[in-house]
Design a binder for this molecule. Structure first.
Ligand code: WQD
Length: 339
């Protein structure tokens, strides 16, 4: 089976490529390198012994997607490619609507033309909006998103649903990630966001390794056990394995539209994550309490029971393993040697 992985050199994409190769899929990557590095291809080869074919193309150029489908008999697509910085999307919404939507529409039109109707889509828990209760189930459906990035994910889910309703021969799996963190145990691939990280774990990593001075804990006055925000942190390899299970389901079922939460089902607070990181790695993380970040919710985490029931998938890796693997990655890949 030949799988086209868009954004395959990115954080979740690269970890999924490792699992695909381990599961004997033939992997082709298309990535415009806007938020990834070509050296990841070498790392994939180091980990798996296989070097996926890479097309360094922007999906906004439909003729380039056509070229890939002309040159390769693609059986299914896993679609990760897209901008994903929440803050940047608020500052520059048109960059996000143009890139994330045009890329996806181009991809789906070319897939239809070449009669490739199997797709796994990288969605996000952010599409639920402010639900008001902490545990999210798929049946809650899409809510009012709080930023253009989340809105593009919600819109793409709607596009996929409309395509399926118009043509039931499609096989579509929508995976809603909670908070993917961690890194492959080899320390060869992991999260390397461009510039100053928005998300908590990459920020902790940069402070721990001495690249950044101090971590701002955004608020300690939430209605949570220790007052800091609570989220469902899921090891990126668990997320990657969820994609293999979703692909297998599409192969088995022949067609259908499936939506799954990918989360651990457990909530962890900011301070808990910091202290676990410090304990597991025997290192100090310098932090200070700062004002709340606008738009942040106090607490949410997944109800992952549907993925367990229908995909026989659940998280296997603990928060301790997440912290160990994250530190192992950053200390091997930081511009600065760890202190
Ligand atoms: C987690 C917790 C912050 C940074 C976002 C996107 C979501 C998904 C995952 C793509 C919160 C606190 C954070 C910091 C902090 N991305 N925090 N100091 O906001 O849950 O979700 O990333 O799909 O779409 O919305 O993740 O890591 O930014 O924040 O205290 O420097 O850490 O307040 O409680 P979030 P996050």
């Amino acid at each position: 089976m030949k799988i086209l992985v868009t954004g395959g050199l990115g954080y979740i994409g690269s970890h999924t490529c490792v699992e695909l190769i381990k599961s004997n899929y033939d992997v082709i990557i298309v990535d415009d390198l806007s938020n990834s590095k070509e050296k990841v291809l070498d790392r994939l080869e180091q980990i798996t012994g296989k070097r996926p074919k890479l097309y360094k193309y922007d999906l906004k150029d439909k003729s380039k997607i056509e070229e890939i489908f002309k040159e390769n008999k693609i059986d299914a697509v896993i679609h990760f490619a897209g901008f994903k910085a929440v803050g940047e999307s608020v500052q520059n919404p048109m960059k996000y609507y143009n890139n994330n939507l045009v890329s996806t529409i181009n991809l789906l039109e070319v897939m239809k033309k070449y009669n490739v109707k199997n797709i796994v889509f990288s969605s996000s828990a952010t599409i639920y909006g402010n639900v008001g209760i902490p545990k999210y189930t798929e049946e809650m459906g899409r809510g009012k998103t709080s930023n253009p990035y989340g809105t593009t994910k919600s819109m793409i889910e709607q596009i996929l649903e409309d395509i399926y309703n118009s043509d039931n021969s499609w096989s579509i799996s929508i995976l809603r990630y909670f908070n993917p963190v961690g890194a492959h145990e080899s320390g060869l691939i992991g999260e390397e966001p461009n510039g100053i990280p928005n998300n908590l774990m990459p920020y902790i990593m940069k402070v721990a390794v001495g690249e950044l001075e101090v971590l701002n804990v955004y608020g300690n006055d939430y209605e949570t056990e220790d007052g800091t925000g609570v989220r469902d942190y899921i090891h990126v390899v668990d997320v990657a394995e969820g994609h293999i299970k979703a692909l297998e389901k599409l192969e088995k079922e022949n067609n259908g539209l499936y939506i799954y939460n990918l989360g651990s089902g457990k909530g962890v607070s900011v301070l808990e994550l910091i202290h676990t990181f410090e304990k597991v790695n025997n290192i100090k993380v310098n932090y200070k309490i700062a004002p709340r970040r606008p738009g942040d919710l106090a607490i949410y985490f997944a109800d992952p029971s549907k993925a367990k029931r229908e995909l026989n998938w659940e998280t296997k890796r603990s928060v301790e393993e997440i912290c160990r693997d994250s530190w192992n990655f950053i200390k091997n890949n930081s511009e600065r040697k760890s202190k």
